[in-house]
Design a binder for this molecule. Structure first.
Ligand code: HEM
Length: 557
């Protein structure tokens, strides 16, 4: 048995010779500087049967916001503190790369942005980030509404086919439905390819799911057997993976070829001001191919497309899944959301304007107060609160490229910890988002919590919540919370698709709730969590979906 051993002063002292030897070896190999850090204790068997991030939460409460987790000779530093997270992700970001994550993802994403080493990442990020400009996002809102419309029509047809009246419900696995929806959106948004997965199955869709499944398997399997030279030919699942990968790559190569054949090279500024309303292909691929000076070999371009396909698919599907899971248990919040949707949309569809425009609320009291509140304020808060409770991914992975000195952090050692080069780190977003030190009732679904401005209560090094730090932001982010809330990471490697994903989730959720009431089919406990790159359910999110009976007809904005 390999046990994770404790050197902290509290907690049980389960030791054996093997543990001590492995820790000594780890410390020796890593320069020994982690020696004074609390070490999480528990058998590796603690990790079986439940996701790793949940075990890391228990150890966080026991050992504090920076601790070491040792698996035999392998050790990870687990960070659950905003000050330390800010240091690793932003202040000293270029002293870290993606470490274990890059090892796992490289066979799938190659040198795409997520796993890329710093030298590869820097020029590619400069090329890709401008692609997510305002007019692109505006044209994407049309993609979000038309794809969400297909999902809604599918549900309506199913209800009709079953001959069900207003009050009766169909049973659907909404996780699977959201996965199809997000796949269709990302296909169109990134390379103008319509998977059409809401309504059909195809070999390419199966290949995409096969690849995602393998990425997940690799991120949770401790021995990287796929690296053995013959594994790709001898192990059936690896053979299938190679075939899936080839099918997707062939498809992407075809799309790249097409885009290059119709290339219209121009400068970034001109691309960002194109008339998107008349553009047949508004995709990111079009932008990247047409951008002057962004020449890159097809292989690198393919890596980037594959990265965005994977990064933008499961994550958004998971946000929608958990948002519905939470709303279904809070019918009063679902009603509140529906009443907001009725007011903003009536029977209409969301538009870029309706997402961005501000509503003018006039409050009459002794004086007249005019407040400007973004539309869909409550839906937005539901989206971010879902991301707080179920961050995707729950852990960010880093490896130090050189030795570094971590700040002490909240309740930490005053002078922090020195870490040697090569230290593997998990920044636990899940722990940060549910930290009892920064959130009231951290496990409860309270979208309104983001409206309550909070100060830092004297927590050293942490500036507290302050919306004025990010004026104009439509959604709470890591800046207003000074890294206590980081659903899209932070610093230079922050998600490039954050606004895309937030608007997509807002539109999809608004359109679903505009038409339907949703409740869980079974008890919430039966919706167990499993994790790979994202948190998803064990057996699907089975819900009863029925037409809303209380739709209020109001102005269409
Ligand atoms: C990076 C979350 C949607 C593309 C990241 C990171 C997070 C994240 C936490 C940082 C990873 C790290 O620091 O290790 C999410 C969530 C999404 C979402 C929660 C949906 C709700 C998207 C979409 C796209 C996208 C829609 C593209 C269309 C990327 C890329 C990176 C990234 C390319 C790497 C950025 C870099 O290293 O420069 N995402 N993401 N993501 N995401 Fe997203």
């Amino acid at each position: 048995t390999i046990r994770c051993q404790s050197t902290s002063t509290d907690g049980p002292k389960t030791r054996n010779l093997l543990d001590n030897a492995s820790n000594l070896l780890t410390n020796f190999l890593s320069g020994g500087s982690l020696g004074s850090m609390p070490v999480a204790e528990g058998a590796v068997s603690d990790l079986f049967g439940r996701p790793l991030f949940l075990a890391l939460y228990d150890w966080f409460l026991e050992h504090g916001s920076v601790y070491k987790l040792a698996f035999g000779p392998k050790a990870f530093v687990v960070v659950s503190d905003p000050v330390v997270a800010r240091h690793i992700l932003r202040e000293n970001a270029f002293s870290y790369d993606k470490g274990v994550l890059a090892d796992i993802l490289e066979p799938i994403m190659g040198k795409g942005l997520i796993p890329a080493d710093l030298d590869t990442w820097k020029p590619r990020r400069r090329v890709i980030a401008p692609g997510f400009h305002a007019l692109y996002l505006e044209s994407m809102v049309k993609v979000f509404t038309s794809c969400s419309g297909r999902t809604i029509s599918k549900f309506e047809e199913l209800l009709e086919r079953e001959g069900l009246q207003g009050g009766e419900a169909i049973e659907l696995n909404l996780e699977a439905e959201f996965s199809s929806l997000a796949l269709d959106i990302i296909g169109l948004g990134v390379f103008n390819y319509d998977f059409g997965s809401v309504t059909k199955e195809s070999p390419i869709i199966k290949a995409v799911y096969g690849t995602l499944f393998e990425a997940e398997h690799r991120s949770t399997f401790y021995i990287p057997y796929w690296k053995f030279p013959l594994a790709r030919w001898l192990v059936p699942r690896q053979r299938k993976f190679q075939k899936d990968l080839k099918d997707i790559n062939d498809c992407l190569d075809g799309l790249i070829r097409n885009a290059k054949e119709t290339r219209q090279e121009t400068d970034v500024e001109k691309l960002q001001q194109r008339d998107y309303s008349n553009l047949k292909d508004a995709s990111l691929l079009r932008f990247l191919v047409d951008m002057r000076g962004a020449d890159v070999d097809d292989c690198r371009l393919r890596d980037d497309l594959m990265t965005m396909l994977i990064a933008g698919h499961e994550t958004t599907a998971a946000v929608l899944t958990w948002a519905v899971f939470l709303l279904a248990q809070n019918p009063s919040k679902m009603k509140k959301a529906q009443s907001e949707i009725d007011t903003v949309l009536g029977q209409g569809r969301p538009t870029f304007d309706s997402l961005k425009k501000l509503d003018r609320n006039v409050e009459l009291g002794q004086t007249v107060i005019i407040k400007y509140a973004p539309r869909f304020r409550f839906i937005r808060l539901i989206v971010v609160e879902s991301l707080r409770l179920f961050p995707q991914p729950p852990l960010l992975i880093r490896r130090s490229l050189k030795s570094d000195s971590l700040p002490g952090g909240h309740k930490g050692k005053k002078d922090g910890y020195a870490i040697p080069a090569g230290t593997d780190i998990f920044v636990s977003v899940y722990n940060l988002h549910r930290s009892p030190y920064f959130w009231d009732k951290p496990h409860e679904f309270e979208p309104e919590r983001f409206l309550a401005q909070r100060n830092s209560e004297g927590i050293e090094g942490w500036a507290g919540f302050d919306p004025s730090r990010s004026p104009g932001a439509l959604y709470p982010n890591e800046i207003i919370s000074d890294f206590a809330f980081l659903p899209f990471g932070g610093g230079p490697r922050k998600c490039v698709g954050d606004q895309f994903a937030l608007m997509e989730s807002t539109v999809a959720l608004a359109m679903l709730l505009q038409k339907f009431d949703v409740e869980l089919k079974g008890p919430p406990e039966s919706v167990e969590q499993v994790t790979g790159a994202t948190i998803h359910t064990k057996n699907g999110l089975w819900c009863r979906v029925k037409k809303r009976s209380d739709v209020k007809r109001s102005d269409v904005h």
